[in-house]
Unconditional design. Structure first.
Length: 86
């Protein structure tokens, strides 16, 4: 049911140690992970992401590899025109 309801707000965290990702945010209720890529690319929303994957990304020593292996290759994604709360 959460896939039908839009998120109203997501707190985005700036990612300093990634060549690909500029910001990342997670909405617990809907299990959506929002990713803003560097270079002005359209933000992306990943569906049905468990919280441990978000936490794992934040603590991963190689964030780009973690993202590519455990998030991008695993969860359905869709581009979003703007991030919730913007």
């Amino acid at each position: 049911m959460s896939a039908l309801l839009p998120d109203k707000f997501v707190k985005m965290e700036t990612v300093h140690d990634s060549e690909v990702i500029e910001q990342i945010g997670f909405v617990e209720i809907s299990k959506r992970l929002y990713v803003k890529l560097r270079g002005g690319a359209t933000p992306v929303c990943y569906e049905n992401v468990p919280r441990f994957r978000y936490a794992g990304f934040l603590t991963a020593p190689r964030k780009d590899e973690y993202f590519k292996t455990y998030i991008k290759a695993t969860y359905l994604s869709k581009p979003v025109a703007k991030l919730p709360g913007e």
